[in-house]
Design a protein around this ligand. Structure first.
Ligand code: GLU
Length: 471
């Protein structure tokens, strides 16, 4: 048995989105679980839409997510090059081989002709497939048409009356009658190679043993298997994972909230949050907590890949993000927050501040509210806090100012306020929080209190003493 090898084969025609990343993630998890390799191939056969910047962006995205590859673009390997635009020689070779065994033929049918034929078939309830009109042209007819300069595609001759079968890792036994598929184009009239052909040839030449890919490719698989069989090349094991759908059950699109990895990164999502969310879209894990890639790959099980469409839910993603923030190590947390808090929090207090607020933030900009609550010279006061302040016991803030000590030990301070004002519980803690932070909720008071320091705390409490005296 060759070592297991999975791959990710993106077409660099845009930024990578959720669905694509999940495909990469599952292939990484499977390879890691089995001690195999993960390969990155760039499917840039669409010359018009493929861009170098997208290739660079997708590699950056994969690195950011920790989805590193051991073979392929940048990494190199025995089957190099790994960009399809550089593999023409290999494709020519196998195209010639198909021609030599009469499994490929030129098709001169025009786009209009094909469209009409498709419509006729659809009207009679038949699967749309090529009529076979050019399948048996005589050699002299072909020469003549070519001499006339008629454009032509190359079609693969499907086996007749054969069932193409394979065991799909996710969807079980699959069977496609070859008649339903018909002869299909493997080379376009401009000389470019079709997806079916290059994708299948490359998987075989690169020794890919397992292909996990989107369900939208399921019907491509029998075509690819037929091609590989014709060339006596080994087909990988395929698994077609369920699509990701939006809240209405429609395929996830940019409009329905699909974000690119770049957008997620810019918004401040942690890679581990994205991975934990994605891994659970269409795969069931027993573990309900945050997992790193090692834990995820050990627990990955092909039989836990579900067939039902996976519903995208942004609040679930944010749930994992909150988990990631709470569990990030101190350095990671600080690196994540620092750019947003520069100028808001004194540099020397950044680490302590980060620890104090982590349970109350999901994104870096959430921390600004708490930075303001601790450090603002003119403290904004929320409506709720204003109400609490208005309802505080008489002389409460007088007692609070007098109770301030130099130690900034909140517990001791609150105890002194309690005895002096005769308040306790909510009536004690809420007005203190409201006066000190301008909010009625938030991070633990002891940490905020210590961070704001004596002078600021005194200033904030004093303001309410004056207010109550004026009343
Ligand atoms: N380039 C193809 C895509 O992005 C690859 C499909 C596959 O994984 O086989 O859809």
């Amino acid at each position: 048995m060759p070592a297991l090898k999975t791959r990710f084969a993106p077409s660099p025609t845009g930024l990578i989105h959720f669905g694509n990343v999940r495909t990469a993630l599952f292939n990484v998890l499977l390879a890691r679980k089995e001690g195999g390799a993960f390969l990155l191939r760039i499917e840039d056969t669409d010359f018009e839409r493929s861009r170098e910047e997208y290739i660079q962006a997708l590699m950056e995205d994969l690195h950011w997510l920790g989805l590193d590859w051991q073979e392929g673009e940048q990494a190199g390997g025995a089957a190099a090059p790994y960009r399809q635009s550089q593999r023409t020689a290999a494709y020519e070779k196998y195209m010639a081989e198909l021609a030599s065994i009469d499994r490929v033929y030129p098709c001169f049918c025009s786009a209009v002709e094909l469209e009409v034929s498709r419509k006729v078939q659809a009207a009679s309830g038949k699967p749309p497939r090529y009529s076979g009109k050019c399948a048996h042209l005589k050699p002299d007819e072909i020469v003549k048409k070519k001499a006339e300069g008629l454009p032509y595609t190359l079609r693969f001759r499907m086996p007749k009356s054969e069932a193409l079968t394979f065991d799909d890792v996710v969807r079980g036994a699959q069977k496609f009658p070859s008649e339903d598929i018909g002869d299909f184009i493997i080379r376009r009239s401009d000389g470019s190679f079709a997806f079916f052909f290059v994708n299948a040839i490359d998987d075989a030449l690169m020794g890919v043993t397992h292909v996990l890919r989107g369900e939208d490719h399921l019907t491509n698989t029998p075509r690819q298997i037929a091609l590989l069989q014709a060339l006596s090349m080994a087909a990988p094991i395929y698994g077609h994972i369920s699509l990701i759908v939006d809240a209405h059950g429609a395929p996830l699109s940019k409009r329905s909230g699909s974000l690119s990895v770049q957008e997620l990164r810019e918004m401040g999502y942690f890679p581990i949050a994205v991975n934990n969310y994605l891994a659970r879209l269409g795969h069931h894990f027993v573990e309900t907590g945050l997992m790193d890639l090692d834990a995820m790959s050990s627990a990955f099980d092909q039989s836990h890949l579900g067939r039902a469409p996976a519903r995208y839910d942004r609040s679930q993603l944010d749930y994992w993000q909150a988990q990631a923030v709470q569990q990030a190590d101190a350095t990671t947390l600080l690196d994540w927050l620092t750019p947003t808090l520069k100028g808001w929090v004194p540099e020397a207090s950044l680490a302590e501040f980060a620890q104090a607020v982590r349970a109350n933030i999901v994104f870096p900009h959430d921390a600004r509210l708490w930075a303001e609550a601790v450090y603002a010279d003119a403290l904004p006061i929320s409506d709720d806090a204003r109400q609490v302040l208005d309802n505080a016991a008489p002389n409460f803030f007088r007692a609070a100012v007098d109770a301030l000590g130099d130690d900034m030990d909140f517990k001791a301070f609150a105890n002194r306020v309690k005895s002096a004002s005769g308040t306790s519980g909510k009536n004690l803690f809420l007005p203190l929080r409201a006066a000190l932070t301008g909010q009625t909720y938030g991070p633990e008071m002891p940490a905020l209190f210590k961070l704001m320091g004596h002078a600021r705390a005194r200033h904030r409490l004093t303001q309410h003493v004056l207010a109550s005296e004026i009343d």
